[in-house]
Design a protein around this ligand. Sequence first.
Ligand code: 5GP
Ligand code: MN
Length: 322
Amino acid sequence: MNQIINHLLKSKNIFLATHVHPDGDAVGSLIAMGLAVEALNKKVTLYNENVLPAVYRFLPSINRIVQHANAENDYDTAVILDCGNLGRIGRLHSAIARMPVIINIDHHVTNTGFGDLQFIDTSASATAEIVYRLIRKMGLPISKDMATSIYTGILTDTGSFRFSNTSRAAFDICSELMGLGVDPYDVAQHVYGTYSLGRIKLLNLAIDSIEISENGKLSVMTLYQRMLDETGTHSEDIDGFIHYAKRIEDIKVAVLIRELSGGKNRPPDSRYHVSLRSDGTIDVSEIAASFGGGGHFSAAGFNIDSGIADVKKQIFKLARVI
Ligand code: 5GP
Ligand code: MN
């Protein structure tokens, strides 16, 4: 931690980035860390390649995050947050790999240990918790903006203090953040309270798509690009849907298969993202890693280049070993 702080103090122009299809922890960690480094009078760029989920747009400094950046600029340091590997940043990852110093701040068990300096704590409830520790260690005051961002990261990564990563530290930090001006009701209203009509209709299609393995232990939800088009929604609207598949009784592993839009060079039905959630008895990070992805014990994911019939075949095979 001291080495990271010493390096940040020496840096002048810092690039901060987090993973594609960002969740609350990715967005919250990015903003809080960005504002902290800026408070040290550094030039900062906050980057994420995707459109940010509507539910996080209430965060006060959300507009500081840019979707396009020139990674060839004179950055002396890259701070990568909530990414198990550098590729999780998306298309800029090889340009970022060439930056002089890379700092890796994360809590995924599958973190590859990339970069020059690491602060990886797999017992942290969220990357935002690690960011909180760094800010405290730097002796910086935590503004209300930073506090709300860190709180949102911990709230969402612990599934509102329901998942097994919910710790005393998570409660202690959130209690302190409340003292710094965070309004839990207001955050919850934004993050969980508001759904667009399109999102509700998409949820209906997602629930309707659920299939259960023969042994009743695996549930699979499938979302195709055309469903998003029909309901006028975007991939960010899918966030949280998998919990409906996980809540079904006797389910040990829930799977959400999402078609990734082809883009110019890829035909439809050729690439999917697979999200995995377990009831806490199965290590889905291992399953994801075997497909080239990663994550946590109970929540993980991977991308797969194949047609839906083959993807489903491979997924349903997993039911035999759970
Ligand atoms: P999600 O289901 O939201 O895609 O991801 C669940 C967890 O797995 C998150 O912590 C996410 O960072 C991780 N994850 C998802 N996809 C990948 C992937 O392709 N590679 C790695 N290393 N981690 C992933
Ligand atoms: Mn996280």
